[in-house]
Design a protein around this ligand. Sequence first.
Ligand code: NI
Length: 208
Amino acid sequence: MQTAGRPPPATPGTAARAADAPLPRIDRVPATAYIAAMALRDILILPDKRLRQVSEPVKKIDAGIRKLIEDMLETMYDAPGIGLAAIQVGTPKRIITMDLAKKEEPKNPQVFINPEILWTSQEKATNEEGCLSIPEYYSDVERPAQVKVKYLDREGEPREIEANGLLATCLQHEIDHLNGVLFIDHLSKLKRDRVLKKFTKAAKRAAE
Ligand code: NI
């Protein structure tokens, strides 16, 4: 959301108000700079080369990183998606946003900064995956069924989680992004080449 088109804040006394008209009871609450600054960011689409970059660790959670996180959450909800890595909006930082809440559940935004996989189970699980950078393409991917991950939360507090099910899949998918790996890399070469070809053609058509 951008500030363009927002009406200027009400300034008492400047409007062409009849002298006997009642004064407005409630002043408009001006948007804070923080809210006004939130913005959707463009999601990079295959075969954009930046998706192959290895992202850098976050050294300090400063205003720029906080804004990036807010924008990533906005962009992810708008897409809509359940997980997003910073590189997908063109910023090579090791940050992931996620929300695995079901439609009827309240929002549950999660942020993982500098996530590292500490352990993966021998047991595997196969789940259908999709990616906001490879729109409308889904395929089964086999990965470890459980993972243990350490990370910093958005306040910079170190945390550790053991995940299974959708959370385990999503964490591995998004951590892959931070290393320049896409879920199609886990498919057969034949399948991967077919997807790549399709998206490369589409990108060429769009550029014409
Ligand atoms: Ni993805």
